[in-house]
Structures are given as structure tokens and as C-alpha cells.
Design a protein around this ligand. Structure first.
Ligand SMILES: *Cc1c(COP(=O)(O)O)cnc(C)c1O
Length: 384
């Protein structure tokens, strides 16, 4: 039986939250939330108090992503997982192609496999730790892949599959754990979707999608055809993208949103844009990830999971530990000292740490984290 390691105070980060989602929420955001307790918290989402916040979110996102002409910010309830189903219900016409390289991209593809009105999707699968992007395939009308596979810490390029646009196909990107932390050219996408509890430093429950005019037109066409006599496709109201678009244009959501989530997200967007926008946020995450990868490279018991190169994520960092350093024990000691959520993704089953270094995370805290891990491992070895 090992005794819990006590990390010296002077080594500890100021904030011990390093989760990949839910992720760190800054104190300034929580302060605004508290100041909102009489209004707009607890007031109608159909009135100006809440609608103004939704309008601000849509404006700030348009600025953050430098939206091309005609692109729209659309939102609704249910998180990114809900958007998997919205894409299947309203954006994929008949057949999709998926890049799959981890748990989240697998889940998205599974929804399309299970949808009875869609043809069997084409899956382009890569090993954990590698990036996956679908290849041009005849008859495919939607190409789908993750920008950042959160389960493995892998980034995939966001560039249209050559020939796909000319063939009238959409590009649908799951950007849940990187929207606001990785660079992106939105014109390379038709739907760039995410939920706010990761790089956006807010709470879960909401989905946001940046939609191109082609995606909006596709949703209208698919939903119209689903209402024709003899149609085999049913688009439930909660999965209707055209209903979400109509509501978003009025700065509302189809059904009641968590107002606290909207407030937190709005504050985060204002903070990022005031500090220099996406370039600034990207650089801050990259600085934090560099600290971790350099530490792991120099360590005699830790190794970056993803080889150096374009696939190695700069916002979700995965690090393998040697077999004689069980991650579960390291995590237990860290947690006892207030350093939380550095665990690897369960389904991968690797002896691994996974650290979310989103813009809310101070690189100085990341530096401190490396010293804390080293301290814990040194003490574990001394006890052994
Ligand atoms: C977290 C995550 C999801 C699921 O998000 P929810 O808001 O929990 O539905 C989907 N895709 C990726 C890449 C994620 O990181």
C-alpha cells in the first residue's frame, strides 16, 4: 500500500484543472455569471436579455473565424453528439465518407451506419495516433472527419477533399475540442461544428455550427424531400437543421437553452477576441503543448504518444508512461493534490496521460504540472 504523495506548495499550478472537456473555466467568466444572477439568469430566452447574448456569441464567432460571405453561425441544444445526428438527418443526402482515427470520429461514423435511410458510409480508418481524412469516392455527397480527435490527441488537416466540391459534396468537420484553439480556413468547410465545454472554456449542452450557403441549401433540400408523400426519411424537430437556422437568425434556440452556458461562452469569446483573436489563442495552446512535448521528450519515463509531425495536437496532449509507472497511480496522487482530469481516454486503454491545453490554460500552469508529475513519479519510485 503506497501513501499519498504530498506535492510541495511551491510546485503546484495556480489552477489544477487540465481536463479535455469539461475544461477549465476562468474566474472572470464565473464572476460575470454571478453578476448575471438576477438578469439574464432565470429570465426568458425569448426576450432581449438572453437574445442579446446569443447575438453577441454569433458576432464574436464570426469575427473569431473571419467568416466568408454567406456563412452563418447556428446553434441548438444537445452538444456535438446531437450534431452527429443532425448531420445524418439533414446534411448527408444518401452516402457519406468518414475519416476515423479514434473514439469520437468512430461515434460519428456509427450514426451514419445506423441511419436506415442512408447508404452504408465509406470509412477511411487509421490507427490510433494517426490522422484520418477520407478520400474522393464516387457517389459520396458528404465528407466527414474530425479536426482534432480528442481521444488520441491527433489533428487532421482541414482542406477539402480534391474534387469533392466540384462533385457537389459537403465537407463536415467535427471541431469540438479545437474550435478556438487550432487555426482553420472556414472556406474549406461547409459545417464546422463544436460544443463549448472544450477549447471554448464554457459548459456542455450546446452545439454550434458554422454553416456555408451550400450546407444551408442542402438542409433545406433534404428536409423538404423528407416531407414528401412516400418519403422514408423523418426529420424530428430536435434534429431539424432548418428549424435551428430559423431560430438562430432570430438569436434564439428551438427549445430552452442553458443561459449560464451562453453567458460563459460569450465571455470566453470576448476574452479571446480582445486578446488578439484566433492567432493569439492558437499560439497560447501551442506554447503550452510545446512545454509538455519537450518535457516528455526529455523525460526518462514519458514519451509523446503521437510522433512529431502535423498530426501531433497542439491543444490535446497525449503522453505514454513506461509500464513501471502506472498512470492510474500517478493520476491518483495528482488528484489528491488538486490536479485533475489528466487521464487518458478510457476506450484506448493505454498507460497514458492526456492533458487539455486550451486557451484558458496558463502556460505557466503547464510548466508547473510537469514539475508536479516529475515529483510524484520520483516519490512513487522511492516508495517502491
Ligand atoms: C467531446 C467531443 C464530442 C462530444 O461532445 P458532446 O458535447 O459531449 O456531445 C464529439 N466530438 C469530439 C471531437 C469531442 O471531443
Amino acid at each position: 500500500m503506497t501513501t499519498t504523495v504530498t506535492i510541495p506548495q511551491n510546485l503546484l499550478p495556480r489552477d489544477g484543472r487540465f481536463g479535455s472537456g469539461p475544461s477549465r473555466i476562468r474566474e472572470d467568466q464565473a464572476t460575470v455569471l454571478y453578476q448575471s444572477w438576477r438578469s439574464p439568469l432565470g429570465t426568458s430566452h425569448r426576450q432581449d436579455g438572453v437574445k442579446d447574448i446569443v447575438a453577441s456569441i454569433r458576432r464574436e464567432l464570426a469575427a473569431l473565424f473571419n467568416l466568408p460571405e454567406g456563412y452563418e453561425v447556428v446553434l441548438g441544444n444537445g452538444g456535438a453528439s446531437q450534431f452527429f445526428d443532425i448531420a445524418c438527418a439533414c446534411l448527408i443526402e444518401r452516402k457519406a465518407a468518414f475519416g476515423v482515427c479514434g473514439s469520437f470520429s468512430e461515434k460519428f461514423a456509427k450514426e451514419a451506419q445506423d441511419a436506415p435511410f442512408l447508404e452504408e458510409p465509406v470509412i477511411f480508418r487509421k490507427d490510433y495516433g494517426e490522422a484520418a481524412v477520407p478520400e474522393f469516392t464516387e457517389g459520396v455527397d458528404a465528407y466527414c472527419w474530425p479536426h482534432n480527435e480528442t481521444s488520441t490527441g491527433v489533428m487532421c488537416p482541414v482542406t477539402r477533399v480534391p474534387g469533392s466540391k466540384e462533385a457537389g459534396a459537403l465537407t463536415i468537420i467535427d471541431a469540438t475540442s479545437c474550435a478556438g484553439a487550432l487555426p482553420v480556413d472556414i472556406s474549406q468547410t461547409d459545417a464546422y461544428f463544436f460544443s463549448p465545454q472544450k477549447a471554448m472554456g464554457a459548459e456542455g449542452g450546446l452545439w454550434v455550427a458554422i454553416l456555408s450557403p451550400a450546407a444551408i441549401a442542402r438542409a433545406e433540400a433534404v428536409e423538404n424531400s423528407a416531407t414528401l408523400d412516400g418519403a422514408t426519411r423523418w426529420v424530428p424537430a430536435m434534429l431539424s437543421l432548418t428549424k435551428a437556422i430559423k431560430n438562430s437568425r432570430k438569436n434564439q434556440t428551438l427549445n430552452t437553452p442553458a443561459i449560464a452556458t451562453l453567458i460563459l461562452m460569450n465571455e470566453q469569446l470576448k476574452w479571446i477576441n480582445a486578446n488578439g483573436g484566433l492567432d493569439w489563442a492558437v499560439a497560447r495552446s501551442r506554447q503550452s503543448s510545446n512545454i509538455l512535448y519537450s518535457w516528455a521528450n526529455a523525460s526518462d519515463y514519458a514519451t509523446p504518444f503521437v510522433p512529431e509531425g502535423p498530426a501531433r495536437s497542439t491543444c490535446v496532449v497525449t503522453v505514454n508512461l513506461d509500464d513501471d509507472v502506472p498512470a492510474s497511480e500517478v493520476l491518483g496522487h495528482l488528484r489528491a493534490n488538486g490536479i485533475v482530469d489528466c487521464n487518458g481516454y478510457r476506450a484506448l486503454g493505454l498507460n497514458q496521460l492526456r492533458i487539455g491545453v486550451f486557451p484558458s490554460v496558463d502556460p505557466a500552469d503547464v510548466e508547473a504540472l510537469t514539475h508536479c508529475i516529475d515529483y510524484v513519479v520520483k516519490e512513487m519510485k522511492a516508495q517502491a
